[in-house]
Design a binder for this molecule. Structure first.
Ligand SMILES: [Zn+2]
Length: 190
């Protein structure tokens, strides 16, 4: 057992890394415009996002004009701006939402929730894309989708410079190894 844990530590060093662009501009302006956002959500839908999770993640940051094709008929600009205030559509707001969602997603991974994990990956990928973190997206796509997406979430945490729980089970899962629990139904490695 000890050897297996040592192997996990080694594997952690092999997770893809990327540079994390930081600038004043990134804190004020969203990297994508409304048209690009609509195109992204439609492309995601065409390639497996059957519940529209990418749109759910991105729409709060889209102006009414661009969001309209994806909304219920009858939604007005006033409804929209009241629900998602225009002054809360900055990159800083996107990053805060991604951090909040990541924390939730990591909890689902340690609880071994498969459907939640799939949703988390799609939503967090969308938010990273919105921030213009293309290198992180490439690393995320390259990371294995195993252990409820733990390796991909680790990439997200690095991209956001977000805290990552100091949990040996989670560390093994992020390295693509089973969590190591044997006393309950564990779906790691499937
Ligand atoms: Zn497990």
């Amino acid at each position: 057992m000890t050897d297996r844990f040592a192997a996990a530590d080694l594997l952690l060093d092999t997770i893809p890394t990327f540079t994390n662009p930081r600038s004043e501009e990134m804190n004020t302006r969203i990297a994508r415009d409304g048209d690009a956002i609509v195109t992204y959500t439609q492309a995601q839908r065409a390639t497996g996002d059957m519940f529209g999770w990418a749109a759910e993640a991105l729409l709060p940051f889209v102006d009414f004009e661009h969001a309209r094709p994806l909304l219920f008929a009858g939604t007005t600009q006033e409804d929209w701006d009241e629900q998602y205030p225009p002054d809360q559509r900055t990159a800083e707001d996107v990053r805060a939402e991604a951090m909040r969602y990541l924390e939730f997603a990591v909890g689902k991974v340690t609880d071994h929730r498969g459907l939640s994990a799939e949703r988390s990956i799609i939503k967090l990928r969308a938010l990273l894309w919105l921030l213009g973190l293309d290198d992180a997206i490439a690393s995320m796509d390259a990371a294995e989708y195993t252990n409820y997406g733990a390796p991909k979430l680790k990439v997200v945490a690095e991209a956001l410079d977000a805290p990552w729980p100091d949990d040996s089970r989670l560390a093994r899962m992020a390295a693509g190894l089973p969590c190591g629990e044997s006393d309950y139904e564990c779906g790691c490695g499937r």
